[in-house]
Design a protein around this ligand. Structure first.
Ligand code: ACM
Length: 261
């Protein structure tokens, strides 16, 4: 199957302009799964709860409509981050879209930094979705630092981890090698680029979106400072084999009796 990412350079608050950048980036792209960054259409650096609420939308809003358009155009299922409004709460969420259909949303469970001021913490279970025969799991950005997230999804049979991100620290891309190796999964980390100086914050996003294989090999690595699209062909069945040599299985060899906390 063909999996890939879009690395974009969003302008804060300018959803239509940000959709247009991605329409151009995906003009000639065909794939099976495409991952877009966290909050790819709104930008990241909110200054107030009111601002996050103003830019948030329900799971059937204009961002979902745009993703359906891109899914139909590329032939790919699309996983992308958005600010989700549900009743009076705003979540840092992602939507999974396939063709004309919203499959599900996930709400980031580990909020980073001042996200704790603007968003409510995720309240939905980690879940794997089988889409066109492939088992896809998803997490958002800082969820990476909690190995339990990828492990929980891997134990549900996840083959490919979709990972929309807005990374500002330099550690994640290297850590994803370990996340993939310890679970024998593929991962697509879709990051953004650019700088946002708003309120007291001044964030530079690290780009270097990455596709990582079950053996830790980096199959694609984007530039740190340019919008970029990459699609690679993978043999997804490799994620079903948990042996790292003739003797070690990363799932069956776990010693649960020692893992008390
Ligand atoms: C992050 O979770 N956006 C760093």
């Amino acid at each position: 199957m063909k999996i890939g990412y879009v690395q974009n350079a969003p302008v804060f608050g300018a959803k239509e302009k940000n959709f247009d950048e991605i329409r151009i980036l995906l003009k000639d792209v065909k794939a099976d799964l495409l991952v877009l960054p966290e909050l790819f259409a709104t930008g990241y650096t909110f200054c107030s709860k009111e601002e996050s609420r103003e830019l948030a939308e329900p799971a059937n809003g204009i961002t979902a409509d745009f993703m359906k358009e891109m899914s139909i155009h590329t032939g790919a299922s699309i996983v992308a981050g958005f600010a989700e409004l549900d009743n009076d709460k705003v979540y840092n969420s992602l939507i999974i879209v396939s063709g004309n259909k919203v499959i599900d949303t996930y709400r980031k469970i580990h909020l980073f930094n001042k996200e704790k001021l603007w968003f409510s913490p995720g309240d939905k279970p980690l879940k794997v979705h089988e889409i066109k025969g492939v088992k896809i799991g998803a997490m958002i950005c800082f969820d990476w630092i909690f190995p339990e997230v990828a492990r929980t999804l891997a134990l549900q049979g996840m083959q490919v981890l979709a990972h929309p991100s807005n990374l500002v620290m330099p550690y994640c891309q290297a850590a994803m090698v370990t996340r993939c190796l310890e679970n024998r999964i593929f991962a697509v980390t879709a990051n953004r680029i650019g700088n946002e100086k708003r309120g007291d914050d001044d964030f530079t996003f690290t780009g270097a979106s990455q596709i990582t294989a079950t053996d830790g090999k980096i199959l694609s690595s984007a530039p740190v400072d340019k919008s970029h699209v990459s699609v690679v062909e993978i043999d997804v069945s490799k994620a079903d084999h948990k042996m790292i040599n003739d003797y070690n299985d990363v799932v069956k060899d776990r010693r649960m009796e020692f893992y008390k906390y």
